[in-house]
Design a protein around this ligand. Structure first.
Ligand code: AMP
Ligand code: ZN
Length: 477
């Protein structure tokens, strides 16, 4: 598989460190509010990547943190702890807020068919690991104490700005946004590993440490949680593009300074979901959630389809009209699939199966081109092969795409009073159609006794005929 690596800024052949195995790390949500559909775009695309790696045979171990402490309102270590802000907003404790929004996050993921990673670890559960890494960084001279806090010294690195898109100028933006810069920092890019002196006295969660009573900075959690479960080498690290700087840049600085070698080989960044007014963000307070989409009558699968329709390295603009288009596309696709009839005794055409699968794989092998992978489903519908093969291919693709196509097609068939694909064989359908024609001929000849006899014969076989202006339709009971 070829995958764009934000580190090299090129599409590269994905070759994990150990053959057949992938260690994958994902930055999890900051659980001070509901996830917005922008956050969930990142998790949908990462989910497709994980499922595709499994689909092509890798044994994937995926780890995700839950940020429940230390993420301040500015990524540049200024402002208020987001968790504390959430707790104050709702007059609850930080831990109550964390529990509520963690559960809400996974409930949204479930609705969107996003698989829960193999390991999910809240930052507050790993404080000893953070202390351990910070001690190493101090011992090795990569960190310093100033004003009671511990900082990472970015001047100790030959190359700090590893993702070339980001430079020192980006820091000025961060600082301007938050009014006051931190005077303890030796270099503008330095970042906090451990806070003891906080600008806000009411920080709820604090831990004893060799550096004083305090709490961790945001970035340290991912380096330590990844190390705890995946060791000193990662194959793949994911997150939204806003995480590349400073968060992932700082993760790399800490981890590689601790380990003394390269840490993670491939970096996968999902670009943003924007509204027409700009980037969707939790801190702006007004944002779109999965529940809101549902209230407006959109199945979460429609949102997943909407996300898969565009490449993960492009910004995606959300509008209700765009979502409406995705809904139409999804419903049409489901309706088409519902007309496929499975024959329980029928075979699968292995040549057509391989051909359909090849198209699907070549789309995803090329830097996870999900929109082409969705197109591969339409190609399956046009294949000159039997319905069993088409259904098998669609079911196979959906292991990766996660659009619940077969289940929705079955629901569609029930709602539209047509027979679910699985129960009627092609021969049986042909037999019914033949009988319908015989009955129509009998009626034309005004032989109503014969027409009724045919209707009753079908009824005994569980088939009800419905005469409509366009012709006779049938329902198999
Ligand atoms: P947070 O809960 O703020 O820590 O973010 C969770 C994930 O969502 C991170 O991977 C972010 O990079 C990502 N993210 C934040 N905003 C957006 C957006 N508008 N579109 C896509 N991903 C986003
Ligand atoms: Zn992270």
């Amino acid at each position: 598989m070829r995958l764009y690596n934000s580190l090299s800024r090129e599409k590269e052949e994905f070759i994990p460190r150990f053959e057949g195995k992938v260690s994958m790390y994902t930055c999890g949500p900051t659980v001070y509010h509901f996830a917005h559909i922008g956050n969930l775009r990142s998790y949908i695309m990462e989910d497709v990547l994980e499922k595709y790696l499994r689909y092509v045979g890798y044994d994937v171990t995926r780890v995700m943190n839950i940020t429940d402490v230390g993420h301040l309102t500015s990524d540049a270590d200024t402002g208020e702890d987001k968790m504390l802000k959430g707790a104050k907003r709702e007059h609850k404790t930080v831990m109550e807020i964390a529990k509520f929004y963690t559960d809400a996050f996974f409930a949204d993921c479930k609705k969107l068919n996003i698989k829960t990673p193999d390991v999910v670890e809240p930052a507050t559960g790993c404080v000893p690991e953070f202390i351990d890494m910070i001690k190493t960084l101090l011992d090795k001279g990569y960190a310093y104490e100033a004003g009671g806090n511990i900082y990472f010294d970015t001047s100790k690195l030959d190359k700090y700005y590893v993702f070339n898109d980001f430079t020192e100028e980006d820091l000025d933006v961060g600082v301007r946004e938050t009014v006051e810069a931190d005077a303890n920092k030796k270099n503008k890019a330095d970042f906090v590993l451990w806070f003891t002196k906080s600008k806000f006295d009411d920080q709820e969660l604090k831990w004893d440490s060799p550096f004083g009573l305090g709490y961790p900075g945001w970035h340290i959690e991912c380096s330590c949680i990844a190390r705890k479960h995946l060791g000193e080498y990662l194959d793949l690290h994911c997150g939204g593009i806003d995480n590349a700087f400073p968060h992932h840049t700082n993760e790399i600085a800490q981890s590689e300074s601790t380990f003394g070698h390269e840490w993670c080989k491939y970096w996968f960044h999902v670009h943003h979901l924007n509204t027409l007014g700009g980037k969707m963000s939790k801190s702006k307070g007004e944002f779109l959630t999965v529940s809101l989409l549902e209230e407006k009558g959109f199945d979460p699968m429609v949102y997943r389809m909407f996300c898969l329709g565009s490449h993960y390295r492009k910004n995606l603009v959300f509008s209700w009209e765009n979502l409406e288009n995705a809904k139409t596309a999804y419903e049409k696709l489901v309706a088409k699939i519902s007309s496929l009839k499975e024959d329980p005794e029928g075979a699968i055409d292995s040549e057509a199966f391989a051909q359909g699968r090849e198209k699907f794989k070549s789309a995803l092998d090329n830097d996870l081109n999900t929109s082409l992978a969705v197109t591969a489903i339409y190609d399956v519908l046009k294949l000159k092969t039997n319905d069993n093969t088409k259904l098998a291919l669609i079911e196979d693709f959906d292991k990766v795409l996660g659009l619940d196509l077969i289940a929705h097609a079955k629901d569609y068939a029930v709602q539209n009073d047509t027979e679910p694909a699985s129960e009627a064989s092609d021969e049986f359908i042909a037999y019914i159609n033949e009988k319908i024609q015989e009955r129509a001929a009998a009626k034309r000849e005004r032989n109503f006794a014969l027409a009724d006899a045919i209707r009753n014969e079908l009824l005994e076989k569980g088939v009800t005929l419905v005469d409509k202006r366009e012709g006779t339709e049938f329902i198999i009971n």
